[in-house]
Design a protein around this ligand. Structure first.
Ligand SMILES: NC(=O)c1ccc[n+]([C@@H]2O[C@H](COP(=O)([O-])OP(=O)(O)OC[C@H]3O[C@@H](n4cnc5c(N)ncnc54)[C@H](OP(=O)(O)O)[C@@H]3O)[C@@H](O)[C@H]2O)c1
Length: 246
């Protein structure tokens, strides 16, 4: 008989294209891997998604607000995985910069605030809770364009910088976890170009077969998180399992 394992997961940004697909995948698929008792907590910022399940709880959270993250953390006394899917690429008025003359201070700070800061706040307030797990995992959805060594095209100053800062944070956090939570795994993940509201304005030049459905990406990312062991901590992985250079 299979031993019943309880798994408690928090998906931050569970209302987004990728985050919502991750929530649905966790609820439907994880039971296939001996995790017979999965509970998912998920956050939204604007509007609560219309998905109800007895193993799912929704929370309204502004992930850029420390008081909100702290309040959320107080609702947990145990957690196994935290997956941060929050992010932005464009606002109503502005998109990624093509050149230096397009740089806008507010847009830059908005990118840092949404793409970088939430992971710092989540790590600060959830590390003491994740520590209670036998196999804690902290995973963030980053982007390959945040890789400094891979940058050949230039442009997208604010988004690239915010994701490069996120990547540096993940690497740095993994070093602290290696000392303090040896059984823990910290990961940065690249989802590939995924058909969501975030990528919508930039899908025309995506090569054939390289624009992924969010359900496929969710399956791939959850598999990477599920199978990752502490020796993989502090690494950056693409949706297909390839390890990316920082
Ligand atoms: N799609 C792609 O092609 C692609 C490629 C590479 C990397 N990524 C990364 O993947 C992640 C998910 O992107 P996506 O495509 O799923 O984007 P999306 O559909 O636009 O979802 C963005 C998510 O971020 C949440 N969010 C934004 N600001 C927030 C705030 N202040 N507090 C809390 N939540 C906030 C949104 O919440 P509400 O909807 O409730 O406001 C939503 O859940 C992002 O980090 C993105 O950079 C995406």
């Amino acid at each position: 008989m299979v031993e019943q394992l309880r798994l408690h997961i928090l998906v931050v940004g569970g209302s987004g294209g990728i985050g919502f697909a991750v929530v649905k995948h966790l609820l439907s698929e994880l039971s296939r891997f001996d995790f017979l008792d999965v509970h998912v907590d998920a956050t939204y910022h604007s509007q609560q998604p219309e998905l109800e399940n007895r193993r799912l709880s929704w929370h309204k959270v502004d992930a850029t607000d420390e008081a909100d993250i702290k309040r959320l953390s107080c609702e947990f006394d145990q957690l196994d995985w935290l997956i941060n899917c929050v992010g932005m690429l464009h606002t109503l008025g502005l998109g990624p910069e093509k050149n230096l003359s397009s740089i806008d201070p507010e847009f830059f700070l908005k990118n840092i605030s949404v793409n970088t800061l939430p992971s710092l706040l989540l790590a600060k307030h959830f590390t003491p809770i994740l520590r209670t797990s036998d196999n804690p995992k902290f995973a963030v959805v980053s982007a390959k364009v945040g890789s400094i060594s891979d940058n050949r095209l230039g442009g997208w100053y604010s988004y690239r910088s915010s994701k490069a800062a996120l990547n540096m944070f993940i690497k740095t956090m993994s070093i602290e976890w290696q000392r303090t939570i040896k059984k823990g795994t910290v990961l940065a993940l690249h989802p590939g170009t995924t058909d969501t509201a975030l990528s919508k304005p930039f899908q025309t030049n995506v090569p054939e077969g390289k624009l992924f459905e969010s359900s496929y990406v969710a399956h791939q990312l959850v598999d990477i998180i599920r199978t990752a062991t502490p020796d993989k901590s502090g690494h950056f992985y693409a949706y297909d399992g390839e390890q990316l250079n920082w």
